[in-house]
Design a protein around this ligand. Structure first.
Ligand code: PNW
Length: 485
């Protein structure tokens, strides 16, 4: 029983890629510097009433001006890789190729050069939620035209940065930015197109991802020898009770949550059968003659299937799933389409984010599920971490979180044979946590947002993570003494 397993004192393969992650809007600041255009997050946060205490990413961690210190922190941790994202409107202020902004491109070239000098391998995300505002003004991800705008942008990034980047991510967590941005409205662009917004926006992103992968494959792979994939977000889903209904609901959950975006790309170019079935049924119940979930054409399916070189996984927590008939005749909502209800256990230790409980064994089960359903695909855990609310560098629970989640990943690798290639802690430092502003802190480094200099201080967890990296896993204190003698 993985829930009761004891700690595994073992190490990872020598080439295991240890890293830390950030995202442009969450850390860079300099929101209008050197020709940068506005993104949907600039608009959304400036609007007021959208983000905790009306905070914005205008200055954030000032990473745009603190490149040296950020790299020094990565070196202190001893990571081999840094995952960061490019701000599309910094590179193309109006989103299109004709607005090419050399100053923005040069910032990322300076960052990449500094990483090369420090011997740190970049993993670069093209889209971590900061869409150029001008593209939202014509509909954003709900508009099919984004497929070609995103492809142009990806092409430019491969051309400008590809000599230094071997690991590319097209999209970070399509499920989060499409549901929160186009369905619930809690993230930019704040639209509440309930029941169809996320499906339409998601549909576009899948095609955009596939196009970008093909551009890399056809124009750059031979010269640059890199890998391209997407990052998927998924919790682990455990049945709330032993009832058949709950077990079936828990089986459905990863098929829908992870499979919505991973299944088309990794399996057959189409949505999972169970997803098509549930959305079609709920649509019918609502009186619609066509499913709210759009369909791919046969040629689109061919274009989408197999457009990955690895799988990126963001994982934070676990939820219980129970069966509940929720689809209703009058209300259309992604949340109600799958007849499941999510909850969490009061006994699980709490982070500062309401959705985040510490449940390490869920990671091992999720990795096993991925192997069972998608085969031996190389997996990078591209985000994992936990939040606290106040300023405090003494973060014992976060140390436990990292040690136990990483240990579960180690068990998945060594005992269950899951092909895990790397791990990135979220996050290198405290940053702008979207609608929660600066109130939820995920950093290995604490950032003082009241000080204009934005000083960074290592938390105890930074030292604990550095030790895991140094040992390449877990060396029993007893055996360590012996080897040092
Ligand atoms: C991710 N969930 O979002 C994002 O990639 C980061 O930018 C963000 O800062 C980080 O996780 C912490 O929130 C998530 O509900 C949002 O399980 C929600 C969930 C998971 C990840």
């Amino acid at each position: 029983d993985p829930k009761r397993d004891t700690f595994l004192w073992e190490t990872f393969p020598d080439d295991f890629l240890w890293g830390a992650a950030t995202a442009s809007y969450q850390i860079e600041g300099a929101w209008d510097a050197d020709g940068k255009g506005p993104s949907i997050w600039d608009t959304f946060s400036h609007e007021g009433g959208r983000v905790y205490q009306n905070q914005t990413g205008d200055e954030a961690c000032s990473s745009y001006n603190k490149l040296k210190r950020d790299i020094e922190m990565l070196q202190e941790l001893g990571v081999k890789s840094y995952r960061f994202s490019l701000s599309w409107p910094r590179i193309l202020p109006d989103g299109t190729a004709k607005s090419f902004n050399k100053a923005g491109v040069n910032y990322y070239k300076r960052l990449l050069d500094a990483l090369v000098r420090a011997g740190i391998e970049p993993m670069v995300t093209l889209y971590h939620w900061d869409l150029p505002q001008d593209l939202q003004d014509i509909g954003g991800w709900e508009n099919e035209m984004m497929v070609s705008y995103f492809s142009d942008y990806a092409d430019i990034c491969f051309r400008e940065f590809g000599n230094r980047v071997k690991l590319w991510i097209t999209f970070n967590e399509q499920i989060i930015f499409t549901t929160h941005g186009y369905e619930i409205g809690s993230h930019a662009p704040g639209l509440k197109h309930s029941g169809y917004g996320a499906y339409r926006a998601g549909h576009t992103t899948i095609k955009a991802h596939a196009q970008a992968w093909h551009i890399y494959d056809q124009k750059y792979r031979n010269k640059q020898h890199g890998k391209v994939s997407a990052v998927f977000q998924s919790s682990w889903f455990e049945p709330k009770t032993n009832s058949l209904g709950d077990k079936l609901a828990a089986k459905r959950a990863p098929e829908v949550v992870l499979g919505w975006f991973a299944h088309p790309i990794l399996v057959d170019g189409d949505y999972p059968a169970v997803m098509k079935e549930y959305v079609a049924n709920a649509s019918r119940l609502q009186g619609l003659t066509t499913s709210r979930l759009p369909e791919f054409t046969e040629s689109e399916k061919k274009m989408i299937a197999g457009t990955y070189d690895f799988l990126g996984l963001n994982h934070y927590t676990t939820t219980y799933v129970s069966h509940k008939a929720r689809a209703q005749p009058r209300v259309a909502s992604f949340d109600l389409d799958f007849d499941m209800e999510l909850s969490q256990d009061e006994a699980w230790p709490k982070a500062a984010s309401s959705w985040l409980k510490v449940v390490p064994w869920g990671l091992r089960r999720l990795l096993g599920w991925i192997k069972e359903n998608y085969g031996d695909v190389p997996i990078y855990i591209t985000e994992n971490g936990m939040s606290q609310s106040g300023m405090d560098t003494n973060d014992e629970l976060r140390i436990k979180y990292y040690q136990s989640y990483i240990n579960e990943m180690l068990k998945a690798h060594l005992i269950d044979g899951v092909n895990v290639k790397g791990y990135f802690a979220w996050s290198l430092m405290d940053n702008f946590e979207w609608a929660e502003g600066y109130s939820e802190k995920f950093g290995l480094y604490e950032v003082d947002f009241d000080d204009p200099k934005r000083p960074r201080t290592p938390r105890d967890s930074a030292r604990a993570y550095a030790e895991i990296i140094q040992n390449n896993g877990f060396i029993h204190p007893g055996s360590k003494e012996k080897t040092e003698l």
